[in-house]
Design a protein around this ligand. Structure first.
Ligand code: GAL
Length: 667
């Protein structure tokens, strides 16, 4: 990327939203339908208030049915038709799925699994990110598309590829991985040192000896695997960048994005986000899970945080059921509405779906859509119309920032390293712990940002570290600075364990923040299935640390077994340390202390169970996920943007309902 081809576009997305309001629509695949259906589509889109559709995501074989062909006529026609009906287009480069001929003519473009199986066409996403032929063809079609449509009045956004998430272990990847390693380490000696290759006779003679982490006789070197993760994310990002730059190079000024997938492990969101004009994300919470509105809130907080708190876009969600889980529960139209409003509450200025019209055939024929097989005379479509009307009423909240007094540390490299096999336990999982801790904030109505370790923590009242396996010196220093500035810090077990190569830090743990937490350990131990009793009557689970206090006050200690009498949970000034996976109740008690005086969206009021309370700009979002009515005190005369009604001194939110209140702040 050069700045010459990439004009500043940081305001391109806000300008689009200012023009259109909350973006509302979905993936639209007109090439799967005859013309008469197109006409019905645009009419129904208008009826539902759809203002943006993503076109062309999987159109490569339609646009380029044989090498070098360009079949634009159908796209010209549909873009004109959409524009004539006032519907803007997020035009996609079709590069997520090359046409089958590419695999026939250039088998090296097909990805290879870690077992050496070359994947076949016949599905989608069959490309090897490092294959030069694929890359050149992708850039060519992106550039031609942009050349033809950059100034088409319908085109208001660009969508590069789709859900980047390919991994390849074949010869193309091996070559590119070596190039990446040469750039990172300079010499093979430096790589051998970084990867500790004296273990198990892995010393490399030359970069040419290195292969991706393919299936091997036994455990792989975790440092090599960690670098392969980094490489894969960077390689995919290069695929994105080349197409984005091709679009820019012909003068396109619309915002350019690609749809991320939350905590997806092949793409390091922190390293990608600065390349996106707007961060967009695909979210498919499982309606079968009782806590999915909590876990998706975490994903939404991540998505917003990746963009530095700026509004983001929900690029895809399901209107009802997906079809890719083994058993698929639907969302009611009310649930679909609540989920959509939740995204807006947590910072989205766009609420879109996969997809506009339910597929008649193909692999996704049972996946729900905005317009179901049954057509417009359906509860599902009426639900979509209602949502469209609601989103139009929320125009005033666009651009608003979400209140977040708490930071939660998370990064991909620590997550990758912590997932490597052969550790004290596989039961301690970064995301599970993140979800548990975040849920505590959700329940309290306290907003939080996700923050990359090492980033500035100024402005946060508290910083939570549920599980940061890698804490590099800059991350430790940032925590120390924050603590010195009066920020409360809570650190969970098995944090600060490894360096950037996944090698274990030497000395009493947690090495980089030992002075901060005022407690130190010498061994991590897996716990029996039944856990171990703690002095407060709860049980420690999964993992413990053989700790001694170095000045910290002991809040709970082990009450039995080999660790009896040793600290489990401690407090050192305003720094809390959990050396084990505590019960939810003990975690809640620790957080009650650490968050004391930090008000949530409802001030000092307790948040009724199942009510989600979020402040975004001037608006207070109250989303009732529970089965009973929730009642909260609000400033009298607050206006609900969804109904236009003014409240009394309390607001009662019916089950499955939402309010978006504009109130005069009492704080
Ligand atoms: C996404 C994908 C869409 C569609 C959707 C179904 O992963 O981007 O094209 O397949 O899932 O849930």
């Amino acid at each position: 990327m050069t700045d010459a081809v990439r004009p500043a576009t940081s305001d391109a997305f806000p300008r689009l939203v200012a023009d259109r309001g909350i973006l509302f629509g979905g993936d639209y695949n007109p090439e799967q339908w005859p013309r008469e259906v197109w006409r019905e589509d645009v009419e129904l889109m208008q009826r539902a208030g759809v203002n943006l559709v993503t076109v062309g995501v999987f159109s490569w074989s339609t646009l380029e049915p044989h090498p070098g062909a360009r079949e634009w006529a159908w796209l010209d026609e549909i873009l004109d038709l959409l524009h004539a009906h006032g519907i803007a287009v997020d035009l996609a480069t079709p590069t997520a799925s090359p046409p089958p001929w590419m695999g026939t003519l250039h088998p090296e473009t097909l990805p290879v699994t870690r077992d050496g199986v070359r994947l076949s066409p016949g599905s989608r996403n069959q490309f090897a990110p490092s294959a030069g032929v694929y890359r050149a063809a992708a850039v060519a079609i992106a550039r031609d598309l942009a050349e033809r449509y950059a100034s088409h009045p319908a085109v208001r956004m660009w969508h590069v590829g789709n859900e980047y998430g390919q991994i390849d272990f074949g010869p193309e990847a091996a070559r590119a991985f070596r190039t990446w390693l040469r750039a990172r380490y300079g010499s093979i000696d430096a790589l051998n040192e970084a990867w500790s290759t004296r273990v198990w006779s892995q010393g490399y003679r030359d970069f040419d000896d290195i292969v991706p982490p393919r299936t091997a006789p036994y455990l792989l070197n975790p440092a090599a695997t960690l670098d392969f993760h980094r490489f894969t994310s960077d390689e995919l990002r290069d695929c994105f960048r080349e197409q984005r730059d091709a679009i820019r190079s012909v003068g396109a000024t619309q915002p350019i994005t690609t749809n991320l997938m939350g905590f997806f492990d092949l793409v390091d969101g922190w390293s990608w986000a600065p390349d996106l004009d707007v961060v967009s994300d695909d979210q498919y919470p499982d309606p079968a899970l009782a806590d999915s509105s909590q876990t998706i809130a975490l994903v939404q907080d991540l998505t917003r945080s990746l963009g530095g708190g700026r509004p983001w876009m929900l690029m895809e969600q399901a209107a009802s059921a997906v079809s890719w889980r083994p058993h698929n529960l639907p969302k009611s139209p009310a649930r679909m509405r609540l989920d959509s409003l939740q995204a807006v509450a947590r910072g989205a200025d766009g609420v879109c779906f996969f997809q506009w019209r339910q597929a008649r055939a193909g692999a996704e024929r049972f996946h729900s859509s905005m317009l179901p097989h049954a057509g417009a005379d359906s509860d599902a479509f009426r639900g979509i119309e209602r949502l469209g009307a609601d989103l139009a009423k929320l125009r005033g909240v666009t651009g608003g920032r979400v209140e977040a007094p708490v930071a939660i540390l998370f990064d991909w490299q620590g997550w990758w390293a912590a997932k490597e096999p052969a550790r004290p336990t596989e039961r301690h999982r970064t995301l599970e712990q993140l979800e548990r801790w975040h849920a505590e904030l959700w329940r309290r109505g306290i907003g939080s940002d996700l923050v990359r370790p090492g980033a500035d923590l100024a402005g946060y009242r508290a910083v939570l570290v549920p599980h940061s396996y890698i804490l590099e010196p800059d991350a430790a220093a940032a925590l120390e600075r924050a603590a010195a500035a009066g920020t409360r810090i809570v650190v969970g077990p098995f944090s600060g364990v490894a360096d950037a190569h996944g090698a274990i830090l030497q000395g009493r743990s947690p090495v980089p923040i030992r002075d901060l937490v005022g407690v130190s350990g010498e061994e991590w131990v897996g716990l029996p299935d039944s856990g171990v009793a703690l002095s407060d009557g709860s049980r420690a689970q999964i993992l413990a640390e053989r700790l001694r206090t170095d000045g910290a006050e002991v809040l709970a200690s082990y009450a039995e077994g080999d660790l009896a009498g040793r600290p489990a949970v401690t407090r050192h000034g305003d720094v809390w340390y959990l050396g084990t996976v505590t019960s939810d109740a003990l975690l809640a008690r620790v957080l009650d202390q650490a968050l004391e005086g930090i008000e949530g969206a409802l001030g000092t009021q307790a948040v009724p169970a199942g009510l989600e309370a979020v402040r975004r700009g001037d608006a207070l979002f109250l989303l009732n996920h529970a089965d009973s009515t929730a009642q909260v005190a609000v400033p009298e005369g607050s206006e609900d943007l969804l109904t236009g009604h003014k409240t009394g001194p309390t607001a009662a939110i019916a089950p499955g309902e939402a309010m978006v209140l504009i109130e005069r702040r009492t704080k």
